[in-house]
Design a protein around this ligand. Sequence first.
Ligand SMILES: Cc1ncc(COP(=O)(O)O)c(C=O)c1O
Length: 396
Amino acid sequence: MSAPVAAHPVTDALLPVYRRAPMELVRGEGVELIDADGKRYLDFTSGIAVNALGYGDPQLQAVMKRAAEGLIHVSNLFRTAPGEQLADKLVASSFADKVFFANSGAEANEGAFKFARRWARNVGGPAKHEIFSLRGAFHGRLFGTVAATDRPQYRMPFRPLAGGISILERDLDDLDISLNSETTVALILEPIQGEGGVRVFEPEFVRAVRQMTQERRIALIFDEIQCGLGRTGHLYAYERLGVTPDIMTLAKPIAAGLPMGAILATDEIASAMQPGEHGTTFGGGPFVSTVALHVFDRLSDPQLLAHVRELGTWFGEQLHGIAARTNRVRAIRGAGLMWGVDVVEPAGGIIARAREAGLLIVSAGEHTLRMLPPLVSTREDLARGLATLEGVLAAG
Ligand SMILES: Cc1ncc(COP(=O)(O)O)c(C=O)c1O
């Protein structure tokens, strides 16, 4: 182990919008993070579903070094190969025909809203304008996406939010009343809601939504920013639903922590967009796309996906065991390596105690723990973290 790095003094120069944990992280190895005092933490957060390949992955490092020696950026006014190759792979592996690269999840969703409106105006005329999301949704914090995000504390201070975007119940009757063929453009949903408490939509529900939206010429957008790209043990979370969307957004793990988002769309939607109607300076540049090409190959490896499915089933069983033994758990939801655990006491205290004990987890609401371990975690890694979690819960 290399010598501990001296802790940087805490600055007050950063905008205080995060309640950050006190330690300073300086290094990562495999599925562990290491702070400035040399303390090791088993990571069940993956940078919130970003670091699917863990830390210090030698292949990833080699690709990044090679990419750094090539072109980093040129304008999207010129062609570069890596972005084109990545788009080809995303199209070949999904329902989609066209891809647009953005720089974050929120930005991808903002673009998706624009694409859907552009298409809907073409097919349904000027009255088509409404975009709906669902109770518990998190789609980002920009003006359009925060209007689609169901967290009062994220929304209230910034009203009036973007118009024509509202939230519906996760209820087919409510959807049936509100989704209107004359006025509705799109419905956006996360196949598994992440921030909203790790809520897994049943295939039957999504199939009914798909039928409704199809009949009413409403675009169905799947936000797979958190649950996509292998997290559920399928390359795309929609694969377990048996339906495809018209638009899908990706981000988080797509470029191993470099900023990238992607909007995938069918030809029907994409053909509505004309030159000049959307754009971004950085999106899909050669450096980030070279890294993303490598990440895509790793995350679409059938062996990795089978590993995630197998470990995920086991992880869920273990969580149920912990619930039975500790009596401190109210509910467990999840798939693959994306799990939410509703706990009796506030999540914040458990998260702080787990951190003390060397395990990093995050919340998804006041009383929900969220676990998103790197997809390369082994059963032994997960067993170690679960044992820590059990100890922490039992001591509550
Ligand atoms: C489902 C979902 N959509 C959108 C976003 C926003 O992504 P970003 O933070 O990259 O803007 C997130 C981030 O947590 C997310 O989980």
